[in-house]
Structure formats: C-alpha cells, structure tokens
Design a protein around this ligand. Structure first.
Ligand code: NAP
Length: 365
C-alpha cells in the first residue's frame, strides 16, 4: 500500500484525537491539517501528529486518501466548494459531525461526485480543543458511517477496515437512521437532563435543600446537562424533526406514569419498572456508546483527617491520574463515601486493584 495521506479541517477534540490515533497506528502516514488558530497547528507539529499545517485549502490537500471535516458543521460546509479540485477518485471525504442530514444535503448540492461517507465517532468529552485530544478517545467506540447513495461498496469496506485499524467499531447506517437513532440515545437524553436540572432549579425551596442533597445520584444522572450550550443548541436546530418526535414519545411515557400514580395503580407501575429494568440491564456495557462513559468507583473511607490525601497519594505513587475526587454526602442509592473518577478504564481497574491491596473496600460502578 502506498503511504497513507490524510487531511483534517479542524483539529480540535475530535479531529485531533482521530489524527493522533492515525499517527499511532500508521506512523508513516502523511497527515496535514487546516485549522483556525496557529497555536493548535504549532502544538500538533511539535507533537509530531501532523506533517504540515495550513489556514486555507491549498496544495497540501492533493492526493489524500481521506479528508476529515472535523470543524463545526457550518464551517465544514463552508470549505466544500474549495475542496472540489483536490478530490480524486481514491479520496474518501468524511466528517465527524453529530448530525448527518445537513452535511449530506450540502455535499449532494456542492460535490455530487465526491465519495462522501459521513462519520460519527461515538466518543467525546465535555472538554473541547486539541489540548484535550488523545490517541485513545475512539478506542472501542462505535464509529457510525453514513455513505452517500453514490458511494460503492468497496469504498465503504475500505473505510470500515480503516476504522477497525484505528481500534473503533464501524457501524453503517443511512444518514436518516443515524439522525433518528442518535436523537433517541443522545439528543433527547440531553434535553431530559437539562429539564431535570431545570425542574430542581425552579422548584427548590429558598434554603435550596434540593440543590444541597442533589450531590451523588442526581448529579450522576444529569451529568450531560453540563455539556457545551453552543454545541447542543446547534445539534437541536440541525435535527429538529427527529428530536421533536422523540420528545413527544417521552412525554407520552411521562403522562402514562402520571396516570399510574394518580390511579394508585401499583401493578402497572411495578410491571413497567420491571420491564424497563430488564431492558436496561440487557444494554451492552463494554463499549463506548452515544454518551460518554464515566470511569469511576466508590470507596469506603474513615471520617478522619487526611483520609482523602492518603488515597490520592497511594494512587499517584502508582502513576494513576485522578479526574475528580470527593465525598458523597447523599448516598441514598450508592455505597462508599468517597467517589473517585478516572480518565479511562485502565486507570479505574488499576486504582481498584491498588486500593483493594491497601485494605480499602471498593465498589466499582
Ligand atoms: P472542537 O474541539 O471545538 O474543535 C473544533 C476545531 O475546529 C478546532 O480545532 C477549531 O480551531 C477548528 N475551527 C473552528 N472554526 C474554524 C474555522 N472557521 N476554520 C478552521 N478551523 C476552525 O470541537 P469538537 O468537539 O472536536 O467537534 C468537532 C465536530 O465533531 C463537530 O461537528 C461535533 O458535532 C462533532 N463531534 C463532537 C463530539 C464531542 O463530544 N465533542 C463527539 C462526536 C462528534 P481552533 O483551534 O482555532 O479552536
């Protein structure tokens, strides 16, 4: 195989992470990037992630195997016309956007001949920018591919194979299927999380007792309400029809539970909760999905001075980085007074083994 050549438009969290993964898996690849800020390009050049950086579409984009559009969707669209002269018969044009309808429509209008296969790695973070990118973000994550109708099977297989070589899991869907499925498992849950937090915010007592005891379980289930407001505004406006269908479905479920409770119908409540619990427990847990996974555990500690510092020291001497650490004051639904969050599965497993070895009782979540 000739040397792989890949270009990126936008080298932030997602573009940067994909570029780093390609550099790790294909050390000889030629990787180029167009980005707004020079600082990002300088860092990526210094890290050896890219071979060249640019601020405009130029001859760097010649003869690419893959071009990743990994800036915000409207920015990606603004570059399509300029890419036209650089797309060859072996160039696969792809994107990383969270909604597919708009980019597919724009490519069809502007570059009907392009081999466009939309892409959406089901991985991310509440942080953005190249500084937060890493070479394992997409590892073991579903990577949805949405080929345009003109793309032939060998190109789809080629991209699937590439995704597998990057240690992600390719899943081919139509753009329409993608937008419906992600509306259900990502977009609508964000709106529900925002609404749950808003309910507490607007119904709390003047003493703010709700807010006080919301630590722990409530904060966990509403974690995604801390997501970037601009990104979620854009996603909602790009996928309005699907999101509205699913909000209507969700509201029907809320009305149904309201009916059961109003009628004191314990049998129906119990049957529903039981069915839902079984379905939820059947959801595969080993892979990264539409919502970012958290790697955390709870641990029992004695209420004495320096207890947290001791644990932090034990973990740091093993080279384990802690993302978050704190006492859980509301433990209504969980065990272990100390909650510790890590950056990845490996760190969590190492921490669990280390703390157990030091005699702590650990409750991995
Ligand atoms: P990000 O970290 O903010 O990165 C965006 C990158 O695009 C930055 O490097 C930025 O440059 C660059 N950029 C912005 N405007 C530009 C312009 N006019 N010209 C050139 N470069 C420009 O965003 P992200 O989280 O990687 O998201 C990128 C895409 O991935 C989005 O379409 C998003 O929907 C999708 N996505 C996000 C997630 C997630 O969890 N974040 C998950 C899956 C998919 P600077 O260095 O100057 O800021």
């Amino acid at each position: 195989m000739d040397k792989l050549k890949v270009a990126f438009i936008g080298l932030g969290l997602i573009g940067g992470s994909i570029a780093m993964t390609i550099r790790k898996k294909f050390p000889d690849a030629e990787i180029i990037a167009l980005n707004r800020s020079a600082a990002t390009l300088d860092s990526a050049l210094k890290d050896g992630v890219i071979n060249a950086g640019t601020h405009e579409i130029d001859d760097n984009f010649k003869e690419c195997d893959y071009i990743f559009l990994s800036a915000p969707v409207d920015t990606n669209i603004s570059f399509l016309e300029k890419l036209k002269p650089y797309l060859t018969e072996h160039t696969i044009l792809t994107d990383a956007g969270s909604v597919k309808g708009k980019i597919h429509h724009a490519v069809k209008e502007c570059l009907p001949e392009a081999k466009f296969i939309g892409g959406h790695p089901m991985a991310g973070s509440e942080k953005s920018g190249y500084a937060n990118a890493n070479d394992h973000l997409i590892e073991n994550a579903y990577y949805i591919l949405t080929p345009s109708s003109s793309v032939k099977e060998p190109d789809i297989y080629k991209y699937m194979d590439f995704v597998e070589k990057l240690d992600a899991i390719p899943l081919v869907l139509s753009a329409e299927e993608h937008d419906y499925v992600t509306a259900a498992v990502s977009h609508m849950p964000h709106i529900v999380a925002y609404s749950l937090v808003q309910t507490v915010m607007e119904t709390d007592s003047p003493e703010e007792y709700m807010k006080m005891i919301a630590a722990g379980g409530f904060k966990d289930i509403t974690r995604i309400a801390s997501s970037d407001a601009t990104m979620w505004e854009q996603i909602c406006l790009e996928n309005p029809d699907n999101i509205r269908i699913l909000i209507a479905e969700f509201m029907q479920r809320m009305e149904q539970f309201d009916d059961f409770i109003r009628n004191a119908d314990g049998d129906k409540l119990h049957k529903s909760f039981d069915e839902i619990k079984n379905y939820r427990n059947s959801i595969h847990d080993g892979r990264k999905g539409a919502l970012q996974k958290i790697y955390d555990l709870h641990c029992d500690i004695k209420d004495e001075a320096g207890a947290i510092a001791t644990i932090a020291t034990i973990l740091s001497t093993q080279g384990i980085s802690i993302k978050n650490i704190g006492i859980v004051h509301n433990r209504a639904y969980e065990q272990g007074a100390l909650h510790i969050e890590f950056y990845d599965e490996h760190a969590k497993a190492q921490a669990s083994a280390t703390l157990t070895r030091h005699g702590y009782t650990v409750f991995p979540n």
